[in-house]
Design a protein around this ligand. Structure first.
Ligand SMILES: Cc1ncc(COP(=O)(O)O)c(C=O)c1O
Length: 405
């Protein structure tokens, strides 16, 4: 029989790259009676949340909240702005880009899917070339996953925006920030994004269940003429009712309590500190991986993800067997290899509610798991990460480099 709290003594380490660890502050905020979502208290809650989300998305425009996982927000982005048969440009950066493409095709869009190696981000040079040759402006949108959660590769959104601008192409720019928002620097307005897609269960430190579209004026204008069928996902009805603090249908009230608290936590820490913390943990993790003698999946250091690190296991070693061992022995869940990476990589999530010692525990679990599974490695990954963290993440050299100097 399913038992909710069947873990052994101590905290379970949830180190998948989302859903992430939910802070006690957020859990306590959700643990309140559900209120009337048409009453005055609820309106105040909504209005405060909608204001509080703006600095997180870095926009002054509307942010629409759906009771849905991130997949729902993907769909909302497409059906509000596009029409059947519209051509869109997408990039095979990994599993989630591939899923978003499949959705676009199911909705009747004509996807031009630029192939990729699942180790690299979107190449701005290709974006520019594709748009430059599209003189008829047949592409209606460019769709990019900012942080590919399956690979730990972060595409360079400002560079892609500049590439679009150099061609003067009018396509909408839509960005999936499901595993980057509130973890990695992201600027909806400054970076000229038309629709930002986000979810609750990663950087926002909430359970899964709500997701978001931040929308530009250009996207709102497109939504007036878009012909894809849409009902639940309509932006206009939600935006109209949100002005008074309400929603067209029953919202996820208790998740919104949690969101209100999560926004306060992010405000308390300050977004620059949140971003710096994620970069520090990512760098400490990569130092550990290299010291173990293993390879980070992401090829280009300019595209390293601050939210998660995907680690390749040597040929002949099954990453899922390794993950099972770590879970059984140390009560820690690591991310599985998705799609074509199944069995070849495991992913360390270091995003959301997380600190130096949680990372140390995580890396200890990985290092012990490597030894137990007899994966060839050096035993000094944790030590390398500790040396980096103890200095506050400011060291530019590794222990080996310092010894050699
Ligand atoms: C980058 C990215 N996009 C989309 C999704 C799909 O979101 P969901 O599983 O919440 O529907 C995920 C889920 O992990 C994701 O990481």
């Amino acid at each position: 029989m399913f038992q909710l709290d069947s873990h052994p003594s101590g905290r379970h380490f949830l180190q998948i790259p989302g859903p992430t660890n939910v802070p006690d502050r957020v859990l306590r905020a959700m643990d309140h009676p559900t209120i009337d979502h048409r009453g005055p208290e609820f309106a105040q809650l909504t209005l405060e949340i909608l204001e509080g989300l703006k600095p997180i998305f870095q926009t002054a425009g509307p942010v629409i909240i759906f009771a849905a996982s991130g997949t729902g927000a993907w769909e909302a982005a497409l059906v509000n702005t596009l029409s059947p048969g519209d051509r869109v440009l997408m990039f095979e950066t990994g599993h989630f880009a591939t899923l978003w493409r499949a959705m676009a095709e199911k909705l009747g869009l004509a996807v031009d899917f630029v192939p990729g190696d699942w180790r690299s981000g979107v190449d701005p040079v290709i974006v520019e070339a594709k748009l430059a040759e599209d003189r008829a402006h047949s592409y209606k949108a460019v769709l990019v996953v900012h942080n590919e959660t399956s690979t730990g590769v972060t595409s360079r959104i400002p560079d892609i925006r500049q590439a679009i601008d150099r061609t003067g192409h009018p396509a909408l720019f839509m960005v999936d920030t499901i595993s980057s928002l509130a973890s990695l620097d992201y600027r909806h307005a400054d970076w000229g994004v038309d629709v930002t897609v986000a979810g609750s269960q990663k950087g926002l430190m909430l359970p899964p269940g709500i997701s978001f579209n931040a929308v530009s004026d250009k996207a709102l204008a497109a939504s007036k003429h878009a012909k894809l069928p849409r009902a639940y996902w309509r932006w206009d009805e939600t935006i109209a009712m949100n002005r008074q603090g309400y929603f067209p249908s029953t919202p996820a009230t208790n998740l919104l309590y949690g969101l209100h608290e999560a926004i306060a936590m992010l405000r308390d820490e300050g977004l620059p500190a949140v971003f710096a913390r994620h970069q520090r943990h990512a760098e400490a993790t990569r130092r550990a991986v290299r010291a173990w003698g293993l390879e980070v999946l992401c090829r280009n250091p300019a595209e390293y993800s601050g939210s998660l690190t995907a680690v390749m296991l040597p040929e002949g070693h099954d990453a899922d067997a390794f993950r099972r061992e770590v879970l059984a022995r140390f009560d820690m869940s690591l991310g599985t290899g998705l799609g074509r990476l199944a069995g070849r990589v495991f992913r360390i999530g270091h995003l959301g509610y997380f600190n130096d010692l949680m990372l140390c525990g995580t890396l200890c679990g990985v290092e012990m798991g490597l030894a137990l599974r007899e994966v060839p490695h050096q035993r000094n990954g944790v030590g390398e990460a500790l040396a980096f963290l103890q200095e506050g993440g400011t060291q530019t050299t590794t222990t080996a480099q310092r010894r050699a100097a």
